[in-house]
Design a protein around this ligand. Sequence first.
Ligand SMILES: Cc1cc2nc3c(=O)[nH]c(=O)nc-3n(C[C@H](O)[C@H](O)[C@H](O)COP(=O)(O)OP(=O)(O)OC[C@H]3O[C@@H](n4cnc5c(N)ncnc54)[C@H](O)[C@@H]3O)c2cc1C
Length: 436
Amino acid sequence: MTPTPGLLEVDVLVIGAGMAGAMAALAARDAGATVAVASRAPGATALSSGAVGVAPDPTASPDEPLAWLRAPVEAARRLAARRPDHPYAAVGVAGLWRLGEALRFAARQLEPLLAPPLERPRLLATPAGNAVRAALCQRSMDAGDLLAVRGPLLVCGFAGHLAFDAALVAAGLARYTPRGGPEVGDAEVALPFDDPAARPHELARALEPPGAAERLGEALRIPAGALGAGAILLPPVLGLDPAARVPERIAAAAGMPVAETLSDVPSVPGLRLHAALEARLRVAGVARVTGEAAGAPAPGRAVEIGGTVVRAETWILASGRFVGGGIARRGALVEPALGLPVQAAEGREAGVHLARRPAASLTVRDRRAPQPLLSAGLRVDAALRPVDDRGRPVHPRLLAAGAVIGGHEQATDGSGLGVAILTGFLAGRAAARRGA
Ligand SMILES: Cc1cc2nc3c(=O)[nH]c(=O)nc-3n(C[C@H](O)[C@H](O)[C@H](O)COP(=O)(O)OP(=O)(O)OC[C@H]3O[C@@H](n4cnc5c(N)ncnc54)[C@H](O)[C@@H]3O)c2cc1C
């Protein structure tokens, strides 16, 4: 066939460049396919805290938060067994079996950023002083794993940096001390530059130049020595570029392990993750297209996105949910890129008809109760093909990955990035097989 000028022809087109789209693209590329990724902006991945949540442990006792730590893969199996509408259940036993492989693939692809997975989850501190389970985390957080800290933990804030209250974090973490967590103390040090009230990403950048991290590390020696600390926990602003090695440099100057907490929004670790995914796509030779896919036709047909015309036999829709823009509220719920049917579930009732109800009617007053609106999305078969309201695949070479798939919700089941990694990995591998 003669190539058409101005046409980008690849085996696989991925729509969305969050964790799910990036994993899909990298898994397909790694399996030999040519891949293009189109996206219009950063999505929820860039807001995430720095922890990859896979699944809660339903057998964990609230009174013994540091005990009974089930491996993330086992916790995901239990979640799938309890929730037949969850993506972990949709991919079937064989799909979920590959979760460990998918997590290791993600850690390898994001090697300088992510710490390798352990058999158990890590327990990491939030800026509110809680501990949450993470299947994967950024290296900058690894030394703050409450199950691995040796000796007292010093929580240290920065004078004038009001986004982080060291005393609050320390008081929260002290609740875990009688149950096997470390002793905790708190302190505050001055930052080695002028504007401690700068926004988190500005503080992160200011710690990168030579000398800044080293001066902070030296200042930390005094409160750390007074406590006899075994490790230091800092606000989540330890550099934007992992290559600047800010935590490692602070640790070398302080003479002990240093970690940052997870982050609220705006999230420096989330921005770091977004930047690392973009860098990895570039290195892997994935073509990047910036723009919005709207009313796109179907795999195999040319589609124009942001001025580029792309043709691919297989498409993977990884457009996220409300933050990413993969699902939108226009009175009722819609999927704007291809106009696919959106489904919602409320109690035992499920399906497209529910999603056609006014979106506001899918919320429940008790905010701790499941919110049907927040877990609405596409329904997929075991091959990750979106299905219509009768359960039939919409197109044989159209796959979906990540938060655009419904049936899960980060805020209540903590499986956000875990779902993105597993479904992205499986969709990418399957797409590469189809293209071959
Ligand atoms: C504030 C916040 C904090 C969170 N914290 C955590 C956490 O700590 N741990 C965790 O495990 N999970 C967390 N989650 C959940 C997790 O971030 C998401 O589940 C996950 O990032 C979803 O990834 P995704 O790739 O599916 O979607 P997204 O990251 O949202 O990416 C969607 C992509 O699709 C693109 N896109 C959408 N529509 C189009 C279109 N029509 N054309 C072109 N491009 C399009 C967007 O531009 C974007 O690039 C958090 C979520 C939020 C909102």
